[in-house]
Every structure is written in C-alpha cells, then in structure tokens.
Design a protein around this ligand. Structure first.
Ligand code: PLP
Length: 1008
C-alpha cells in the first residue's frame, strides 16, 4: 500500500465489483491466508488467488448452499447481476481472478471476543453437529480427499521436512506425531468419511457478543480447507482452538462435546480419537507455522495463535489421555465402558482379592477430613498435619483407621496443589484414593497377582515418599493398576520394575512421617486405568474435574473388602441445600448471585465451598480481623466454658470490654450500651435522642440504611423508598446524599461539603417554619448502601452545627466504617472532624459473634434513666464481651488499621489505573478498605446491569465483591482487614480480566 494511505487494490475492486454486485459502501480488507477477502456491511467478496477457477470454488459454493438450506448458520452465496455464482474479473494488474460473494453474517470472530464461556462452547458444539448433519448428505466431486492442512498428511510432511529439529518443542511435536497422530490417522481410515470444514479455528467461528451476557455462535465461515474425512476431526479441531484460548480448558471442552452430542451422538470409536486429534491439530499448527517461517513465508495469520499453541502443548501435551477419555465419555453421555467394567468385576465377588492388610478393615473407624469434617485441620491454608495424627491416634485403638475416597479436603497445603500462586487460585482438593492408617512398618500385600509397574521416591513436603504402582490384568487381559503411597523408602528401593508379585504377597512397608511427606503413617491406595508411573498419578483433584477423574481412578473400596459407601463420599449437591432452604425459609430471604454460592468455611480473607473451592472475600466486613480468627475462637470458647450470662450479674469481662471500647472513642463518649445487632442499636439511639430532647422529628439521609426492625426501617430511606417500602413517616425528613460525583462537585473541596450541608440547614429552617425541630440527625458516617461515599470535607461539621443549633442530637452510625477499616481514621467521624452525641456500632465488633453498641455522653444516658430498666438478654453477655475484647486486641496486635491503610492505598491506586483503561469505572473512591467504584457511562449515567455483570463474572473468577448505591451501580469492596497486598493484586488482576471483555467493550471505547 502506498505511504499516502491510499490502497489501489481496494480502489480497483470497489469499482470492479460494483459492476456485478450491489456494493453497499466502502470496502475493507478481511483476514485471509491466500485469497483477498473484501467486505462491505452486507457482503463478503472473495477474490480467489490467481490460478483458481470456478471449478476450484464450486464445492465450497455448493456446500454453503446445501448447509444454508439445512438451516446451518453459514453465509449464503449471492449471485451476480447476471445470475452467476462466480465471476471472473481482472485485478489491478490485469490478471483474471475468480470472485464469488457471500452475505455477511452478524457477529465477530471468536478470536476477538472474551470471555469464552462454556455456554458459548455449547453453542459452537451444537452448530458443528448441525453442520455435520447437513454435510453428511452433501457431496461434490471436487471436494478433495486430502491437502496441505489434512492431518493425515502430517506425518509424511514432517518426515520429508528439514529444519523441524530446531523447533523449541521439537521433541514434544515428534512425540505427539508418533504417540498420537500416526495411530489416530490409522483409526480415522476406519470411520465413515464425509465432507468436513477442517478449519474450525477462532477466526472462522463468528460469535454474537451479548451485552452483559454469554456470547453465542452466530456463524461458521471459510470452507476453503474443506475435505473428505471423518466428522470427529472437525470437532477435535474446534476443541483444540477452544482449549488453548481458555484459562479453564476442561469446562470448555465438556460443554463443546455436550453441545455437539445433544444433536449428533458420537460414533463408536470417535470419542477415543478426540484427544489424539486435538493434540495432533495443535502440533500441525505449530509445525506448519514453523515450516512457513523457515521457508520465509512468515504469515502473521499463521503465527497469530502460535504462543497459545506452544504454551498449551508445553503444559498439557503429556496430560493423561485417560482423563480426556473419561471426560469425553461423561460429556457425550456414553460413559467409559472400560472403567465401569473394571469396577463391576472387582466388586462382583468373582475377582479373587487377597487382603491388603493383616488388620481387619470392615469395622475400622473412618476419619472425616472433608471441608467441614470433624478431623479437618484448623488452618485450611497451611494445615498442621499433627492434628490429623492426633485424630488418628484417638480413633485407632490398636487397629486401622480409614480415610475416604472422593472426599473434598482442605488438608493439602503445598503450592503444587494450587494452579497459581495466590491462595484463591484453583486448588486440588478431592481425594481419589482410599487411606488406611496403620503403624509405620506395617506390611502391605498385593490384592491380586501383579508386576511392579513403578517404584519411586517422591520426597517433597506433603508428597508420597515411597511410592509403588502394581500392574494387574482383568479377565479380558486388559491392564489396570493399583498405587500405594507413603511407603518406607527401604521397602520401595528393594523393588524392581517388572518384578512379579503374587496375590497376597507383602511387597512393601508403611513409611514413617519423616520419609512419607510428613503425613501420619498410612497407605494411600488408588485404583487406576492409567499406565503412567505412580509419580504422574495425581492423588487429589480439582473439584471441577473430579467427576471425570473418577472414571480414571474409580473407588478402590472393593479391593479392601469394603462395601460401597463405607469409606467413600457422595458428591455435594448444591440443589439439596437450596431445596432445604426453600422448604422452611421465607421467600424474602435472598441469596446473592445467579447461581447461589454455598460457603462452609472461612480463613482470613478466604472462603471455601463444600468441595474446597476457594473464594477471595473482598466483600464481607463482619469478619473484621479475618474469617475464623483463632484468637476470637479461643476467647469465645474459653468464656463459653466458664459461663455465658447477662448483665444483671457483675461480670468482670463486661467492665473490661466497655472500658476498652470507650478508651478508643473521644473522652466525652464514655457510656456504653451493649446489644446484639446494628438494628437494635439504632432503635436504642433513637430512643436516647427522643428522651433527651423530648422530640421525635428525625433527619435521615437519602439512600441511608440503619437496619431491619420497625423503627430502623422508618429511618432507612433505602428501605422505605425501596421495593415494598411505604415511604417516609411524617416525623422522618430526608436530606440529600453527599454524593459529590453525581452532583459534579469536587469531592476534596470544603465548598462541596458546605453545599450539601446547606440543604440540611434549609430543611431544618423549613421544619422550624412549621413549628417543628429535630430530635436528631442520623446518618451512616460514610454512606455505604448509598454508594460507598466519602463525604466532602466540612460536610458533617456544618450539618452538626445546624442540627445542634436547632437543639437536635447528632447520631453517627459507624456500623460500616468504625474500628479501623478506614486506615488513617479509627472512626469515620474523625475524618469529618466532628464528635457525635451518639455513636452506633455493630457488624465488626464481635467478628461475627453478635455484638453491637451504642456509645454516648453520660448526661444523655442519665436523661434516658426514666425509671424504665434497660435490659437486653444477649447484649453484653460474657461471650459477646470476650469476642469484642479479642477483636480490639487483635486490631492492635496485628496493626490492622495501618494494614488497611497500605493495602487500601494499593487497591485504590490499582483501581484508578484500571479506570484509566476502562472508562466505565467512572469514579473510584474510598479510604482504607472502604472502597466504591461507580460504574457509569461518559455522561455519568449509572450502568447497573454492567455493574451486576462485573460482580457475577468476578464470582466466576472466585472473587467476591458487592454492588450497591441508589442506582445499584456501585461496586462495593470492603474486605476483612486481614486482606493482604497479594489479595489486592489478585483482585485487580481478576477484575482486569473481567473488564477486558467484549460484553463491555462498546462501553470502554465510548469517548469520555
Ligand atoms: C450502616 C448500618 N447500620 C445498621 C445496620 C443493621 O445492622 P444489623 O443487620 O446488625 O441489624 C447495617 C446492616 O447492614 C448497616 O449497614
């Protein structure tokens, strides 16, 4: 193209094509490896490379017409003005070129869209199945039987190619060819052949992005590589491109296959070929790209996906094919007969099993190491294995103890159980062996005749130590294997691969903890259909993949003479939990997220579901010092063991706690009422204000929230103006939310604070004009459900002045902001340089143990002492005070406010950096770990749907945040103060991924 930006080729075709087709606007170039592809808004003009004539294109044209007629989402060929499907037109150099035209389908190439979701993969599978259905009844004599991109031609092509040895993955590629490609090609010959697309890559699949939703397939294009071959090859090609582009490849593969099989079942033999063909296609792509660049044809189109191809091959080429076989079986609904046949035989009684241990197992006690299990370790991140040893010792007596198959466990702490470096990365938790705890030195016998398949020492912490796999045969002569982990090094070193072992022969001994990865002495017994050496058998699996792995590693209970269910876990089913909840809970009790999340454990800033999936909690502010803090638990436990009673008795811990709390507040606020919820505390605050002033009128803030009881709802605009609300009572007067962003004011300017305060003053003046004066002004110091707002400087100072000059009291609801969350300020009112008359505290005080407080001046408390006793059954109970004291001590000892400040600053800086790149993060605000992100368009119009989508997507990425604000468009981030720098970075990286999505892209690019 000339330097001046003109494109003579385009200019030429613009005019030339218009003579034959109704070209609707300026043409643009599209991708194409060999041919010139041009398009306007309605049509795609395919100008074939010189030398290709009508006969070469005819099969493609016919295939399009045939598939289109069958309702498949492919473009229709468009006839020229003369009624022809192709036209020969000279190019700008005078060379004749054959041209044909297709209508342009909606959508964008899959390559340019993120995220790729299982739903999208399902729609791709469905459409490929429909395409295959249509092409099965199509043929054309010119559909080739092979060509350069035929996988079956690859081995010969490589054989004759020089230079491949220099490829960085040369060994892997050669291994794939010999191990997978050659046998798969032979198997392909035995399958029925039909025309297939043969190039279902991410540029040839069009997808329609959904705004704030999953994209779906909108078209299949470019039949230029069509050939006659078995249909499964197409599915493998599409699968190859889908898995290399996905962070979690297996859910994509499952959904693709399930989508395909729902419309076209796999034929006998096809399922087993998917993985070999998938790897072969990636090898083919790597080899062709390499040979092309070696040959000087460095086509960017060809190189485009090379990094992802090689990354995937590096990581997965040696994955266990048995896993994919099992995955394909489950996803396609055919199962994996070899697996079920083996387990049926072992359990049938026809299998002559010798006892593996001398000790009887049938009535042995069973450890519960499940996520919430009685014997699980306290720390789910760095588990203390002595806790398991203690549990075994307690249960064992002088016999064996069993550990369960298919049990999700949080006892695997080493990094190699995580897919990434952060604790919330995907984690392997589901145990697919069966444990038998017996003393070190106990002999292990082979249950069946065997040969030693592998004998290894795996030395890392949490690893197996001595490890043996034995090879056995089923009655049909098919091999299967048993694995024994945690054996003594000496007994394993004495074994030789290939050595025969008779049924019942003691072939090894249990190892000591120091030689078995640190575990209490036991054998991990696993049954497997894989022939990999033991060190390549995982023993623990990601819960998302565990069901597929169960096909490869079935329940070995029968080998130990145990009936099914005796030492095996059933999978957790969330729908049971939901049914139970619906059965006896009110319909107004809601869950978060489209697919409700089951949470059964927490630790610091992490939450865990019943299968051990880990979530980073950036939302819950009640576990202020971190989920399940051991010191809070110990304090509660100790006090519970002493006594838990009420404030009618003199209890030392009550005095200790009220003093410790008052000490953290300004000296004038020295009387502490203890209660059990924020709502209850706000009710009491109202009563104090009414008794002290003899008035009832109350000033509240727009979008404010103070609780769920009658009076708390009366003063919560968020509730009384929200769905189901009955509006403001006549004694309630609403002042505006000090939302500088919405008002277009500078949040840092005192004048902005004064602007909002003036509105409060005029309301008080209006009240006075009607003969009323306020009892109080109550507000969340920093409005939280109101949109995570930091009021501009001077706001409360001016408001408090006006309220007090009208004789009213000022109540600060610090339920969200108090206790060091804000970093630099222990309380929100310090930021506003005011001292309230009454402070309301709740959520974080007891780290989840119900504890709330109202703190006020003595004179106000004395006015309240009208003769009516103040008593709250649970308020100030011994255990509540113990929890509260522990929280205050931890805040000091772990310097949590300064941590909130530094981590909060890091998070805010990172969010502001993201806002530079993603304009729909229209405002980032916060202090410490109280953070809000306003999702809005360039005109500051709120975008609640987008905000909801971001929250949902983050949940899929296993990061929890919330959404609030009067327009439900503010991302709410207020994690436990145990949140670390690494947690902040992880949240930012996941959010970056979520925002980098086509579902939001239109908004990102809108000018600001
Ligand atoms: C600011 C504020 N005040 C009061 C409450 C009510 O507290 P509780 O749910 O403990 O009654 C809440 C609860 O979310 C709150 O956020």
């Amino acid at each position: 193209m000339p330097m001046d930006g003109t494109d003579p080729t385009l200019d030429h075709w613009q005019t030339a094509l218009a003579r034959h087709w109704p070209v609707a606007g300026p043409l643009q170039r599209l991708h194409g490896e060999y041919d010139l592809n041009l398009a306007d808004e309605t049509y795609v003009y395919k100008v074939m490379r010189p030398g290709l004539g009508e006969a070469d294109i005819a099969p493609q044209v016919a295939a399009h017409e045939h598939a289109r007629a069958a309702g498949v989402l492919v473009p229709s060929p468009i006839r020229s003005a003369s009624g022809a499907l192709t036209q020969v037109i000279e190019d700008e150099t005078g060379e004749p070129r054959t041209v044909w035209v297709l209508n342009r389908l909606p959508g964008v190439p899959l390559a340019s869209l993120r995220p790729w979701t299982p739903r999208l993969a399902g729609s791709i599978g469905e459409q490929i199945a429909r395409l295959h259905g249509a092409l099965a009844s199509f043929d054309h004599p010119a559909v080739p039987d092979t060509h350069e991109w035929d996988i079956r031609a690859l081995p010969a092509r490589v054989g004759s190619a020089r230079g491949l040895a220099a490829h960085p993955l040369a060994q892997t590629l050669q291994w794939i060819l010999s191990e997978y490609t050659v046998p798969a090609c032979a198997a392909l010959d035995a399958l029925p052949q039909q025309p297939i697309h043969n190039d279902l890559n991410e540029h040839n699949l069009l997808v329609a992005p959904a705004h704030c939703g999953d994209a779906t397939l909108s078209g299949v294009i470019d039949f230029g590589d069509m050939l006659r071959a078995p249909a499964v090859l197409d599915l493998a090609i599409a699968a190859a491109y889908l898995v290399i582009g996905s962070r979690r490849p297996w859910p994509m593969l499952r959904a693709l296959i399930a989508g395909y099989c729902a419309h076209r079942p796999l034929r006998e033999g096809e399922g087993a070929l998917l993985w070999p063909l998938l790897l072969s296609r990636l090898a083919q792509s790597a080899i062709n790209a390499w040979l092309a660049s070696e040959g000087g044809r460095d086509d960017p189109y060809l190189q485009i996906s090379q990094r992802t191809v090689t990354d995937f091959l590096r990581k997965h080429a040696e994955d266990d094919p048995a896993f994919i076989r099992s995955l394909v079986g489950r996803a396609s609904g055919t199962g994996w007969p070899a697996s079920s046949k083996l387990t049926d035989w072992i359990a049938s009684g026809e299998c002559p099993i010798a006892p593996v241990f001398d000790a009887p197992l049938i009535s042995a006690p069973v450890l519960d190491l499940s996520v919430t299990g009685e014997h699980a370790c306290d720390d789910p991140v760095r588990p203390d294995l002595t806790q398991i040893a203690d549990a075994v010792a307690q249960l064992a007596g002088d016999g064996a103890v069993l550990g369960r198959y298919a049990e999700p466990r949080l006892i695997y702490g080493a990094l190699f159980f995580l897919s990434g470096s952060h604790g919330a990365s995907d984690r392997r938790t589901v145990h697919l062996g069966l444990d038998v705890f017996l003393p070190a030195g106990t002999p292990v016998h082979s249950p069946l005749p065997a040969t030693v398949h592998s004998a290894e020492i795996c030395d890392a912490e949490y690893d197996y130590g001595g490890l043996v796999t034995l090879r056995h045969s089923d009655p049909d002569g098919r091999a299967f294997y048993t694995l024994y982990g945690h054996l003594s090094h000496a007994s394993v070193s004495a074994l030789k691969e290939g050595q025969a072992v008779t049924a019942g022969q003691a072939f090894a001994l249990l190892g000591e903890p120091k030689e078995n990865g640190g575990w209490p002495p036991h054998v991990h017994l696993q049954l497997g259909l894989t022939d990999l050496p033991g060190s390549r058998w995982p023993g623990v699996f990601d819960p998302d993949d565990a069901a597929d792995w169960q096909g490869v590693f079935p329940d070995p209970s029968a080998l130990l003479g145990l009936p099914p269910g005796r030492a095996a876990c059933d999978p957790v089913d969330n729908s049971d939990l939901l049914d139970k909840r619906h059965a006896h809970s009110p319909p107004s009790l809601r869950t978060s997220y489209q697919e409700p999340l089951a949470i059964v454990r927490g630790w610091r800033s992490l939450l865990f579901d019943p299968e051990g999936r880990t979530y980073l909690d950036a939302y819950n502010n009640v576990p202020h010092v971190g989920h399940s803090h051991p010191r809070v638990r110990a304090a509660i436990d100790r006090q519970l063991r002493l006594v838990n009673t009420n404030t009618r008795y003199l209890q030392p811990i009550h005095g200790d706690y009220t003093a410790a709390l008052a000490q953290r507040l300004p000296p004038s606020l020295d009387v502490v009422f203890l209660l059990s919820s924020g709502s209850e505390a706000n009710e009491l605050a109202l009563r104090l204000a009414r008794t002290a002033t003899g008035r009832k009128d109350t000033l509240v803030m727009k979008a404010g929230y103070h609780g769920h009881t009658v009076a708390a709802i009366d003063i919560s605009d968020y509730k009384f103006s929200g769905p189901g609300g009955e509006g403001a009572a006549d004694w309630v007067h609403v002042v505006p939310n000090p939302d500088a962003f919405r008002a277009g004011l500078d949040p840092e300017e005192r004048s902005s604070g004064e602007h909002f305060a003036t509105e409060v003053t005029s309301l008080i003046d209006k009240l006075a004009a009607s003969g009323h004066a306020p009892a109080c002004f109550i507000a969340e110091t920093f409005p939280s459900v109101g949109g995570q707002l930091i009021p501009p400087p001077g706001y409360l100072e001016a408001v408090y002045r006006s309220v007090r000059s009208a004789g009213g009291l000022c109540i600060a609801d610090e339920v969200q902001t108090g206790l060091g969350r804000l970093g630099r300020y222990f309380w929100g009112f310090q930021h506003q340089q005011v001292v309230p008359d009454i402070v309301v505290l709740g959520k974080p005080l007891g780290n989840g143990y119900p504890l709330a407080a109202v703190v006020t001046r003595r004179e106000i408390a004395e006015r309240f002492d009208t003769g009516m006793e103040f008593f709250a059954t649970f308020g100030g109970s011994g255990v509540a005070c113990a929890a509260g004291l522990a929280v205050l001590e931890i805040i000091d000892d772990e310097a949590l406010p300064s941590r909130a400040e530094t981590v909060g600053d890091r998070l805010l800086a990172g969010l502001r950096e993201l806002a530079e790149r993603y304009p729909l993060l229209a405002d980032v605000r916060g202090l410490g770990l109280f953070i809000g992100v306003e999702i809005a368009d360039a005109e500051r119009r709120p975008l609640p749907e987008e905000a909801a989508w971001i929250v949902e997507r983050l949940r899929q990425e296993r990061v929890l945040i919330g959404r609030d604000g009067p327009d439900h468009n503010v991302l709410k981030i207020r994690p436990p103060l145990s949140f670390s720098d690494a947690d902040a970075d992880y949240l930012l990286s996941r959010l970056d991924d979520v925002l980098d999505s086509s579902a939001l892209r239109a908004l990102h690019t809108r000018p600001r």
